[in-house]
Design a protein around this ligand. Structure first.
Ligand SMILES: [Zn+2]
Length: 213
């Protein structure tokens, strides 16, 4: 999820200069920014599989997801968006005036309760760049999940966290936020991104041909 006007990550992306540079660089070198799938990529519609064991592979996936999410920048990312259909979500809802990052991981997140009361937020998505639309969802949710140590937690969320959790858990079920807007608006955005993908593919092929000796 991208934060539009509500959450900018610009300050956390530019740490103050007194931070241990060597340490930060060494940490970043171990991680990799993965390509984020863009609408209408069919892989975004896959239903993600539960994580059975939190091993080195999952920990690396989570590191790469944070790296990709901060790089984008975005405030939430589901593993399926980087092409790994596993039930893993990363999030950082820290405000731009806060210098501390607040990375959060949700493994196998599950909504166990949602309020009747609704809330509307303008949502965006790293898989649908630069498109924002208001979406109505439950104002509060209770979400059960595992942390990186495999410990079970339950969070009672409201506000942006509630919206973000519902948005990201939707991804794990192959659902995009545009599925919650009017068909007219959805068709329009899908058409726009389908055209852009075709154009990019054609240009890619031309570039390949051009590279031939
Ligand atoms: Zn999204």
């Amino acid at each position: 999820m991208t934060g539009s006007q509500k959450c900018s990550l610009s300050s956390v992306l530019c740490p103050p200069p007194d931070i241990d540079r060597f340490g930060a660089t060494a940490y970043i070198a171990a991680m990799a920014v993965r390509e984020i799938l863009i609408l209408p990529d069919k892989r975004l519609r896959q239903v993600s599989a539960p994580v059975k064991k939190i091993d080195a592979g999952i920990r690396k996936l989570v590191e790469d997801m944070f790296e990709s999410m901060y790089d984008a920048p975005g405030i939430g990312l589901a593993a399926v968006q980087v092409g790994t259909p596993k039930r893993v979500v990363t999030m950082d809802l820290s405000k731009k005036e806060e210098t501390e990052k607040n990375p959060q991981v949700f493994i196998n997140p599950e909504i166990v309760w949602s309020s009747e009361e609704k809330a509307t937020y303008e949502e965006g998505c790293l898989s649908i760049p630069e498109f924002y639309e208001e979406v109505e969802r439950s104002a509060q949710v209770k979400v059960k999940y595992l942390d990186l140590e495999g410990k079970t937690h339950q969070v009672e969320a409201n506000g942006l966290l509630a919206t973000c959790l519902q948005h990201e858990i939707d991804h794990l079920n192959g659902v995009l936020f545009i599925d919650h807007i009017s068909k007219l608006k959805r068709d329009r955005v899908v058409k726009k991104f389908t055209k852009a993908a075709k154009r990019a593919a054609t240009e890619g092929r031309r570039a390949e041909v051009g590279d031939d000796p």
